[in-house]
Design a protein around this ligand. Sequence first.
Ligand SMILES: [Fe+2]
Length: 299
Amino acid sequence: MTAVVPRRGLSAAERHAFAAGEEAALAALRGDLRAAFTQGARAIVVETGDPSVVGEDGFAERLLMMGRWLGTPSIQSPQGERVARVERRPGDAQARGTHSDLELAPHTDLHDILALGTVREAARGGDSFLVRAADLHDAVRQRMPHHLPALRKGYFFGTNPVLRSRAPVSASEVPVFAGDGDGVQCCFNPYFLQAAAQARGEALPPAFADAVTDLRALALELAATAQFRLSPGDVVLWHNWSWLHGRTAFEDDPEQRRLLLRLWLRSDLCPPADIRFAERSVAIDDDHERTRREGIRVE
Ligand SMILES: [Fe+2]
């Protein structure tokens, strides 16, 4: 089992203020959201109600408002958008997770706090899951303790090779697990680990590659007990280094296409267990900004 993500509904008065965009009347919600990160589970689902009341653009504005209560929204690509659309776009070669309908195995991204607002759920599938880093670390300690040294040491961290980057590979290894007890945090993204190996012209060290394979399987096992459904209007926010995230595969119908809106936030509400985690968002923000100025790399 893994920890359950708490939920917070809105009172009738808060729903009215949310729809009207009256930020001053949402002080209690703001306080609860900040408390969730400073002294709570570091993850929360806020049920804001039917998003069609405010429309997609209005919902994006309110998502940004909530994000700014917790941190600073980063741009999410060289195009410079602070609210990204997560939806299936057939034929998008650069898709990875954002524009595909495939299962996403548990992983972490690069920013401190992430948020997803639900405009439409999938016709079938597309359940979300969050696996607490400390729970995953406990499971590793119980079932595959021989992998802990390699995971605590970690490996270099790469970037998307089409981006212009001052540092395509991190200066040192970035640990997969850092911190102790309930404060264990995780940085686990096989795509960026492989990108680093490729940039360094080597394969992942065998002991580390084995650890990554087994950790992925173990995380998927925990994820199966941690699935939850996001309904329209639900906003999930979580500390990226305290929870791994992912989703099951999904299918759209022509009249019901899954659409989530995403924020990436830099935030100092939750201290990073390792300074090299915090450096990830600084590096990718710099890569996106550089690429926005100079254009995508063409090899
Ligand atoms: Fe992700």
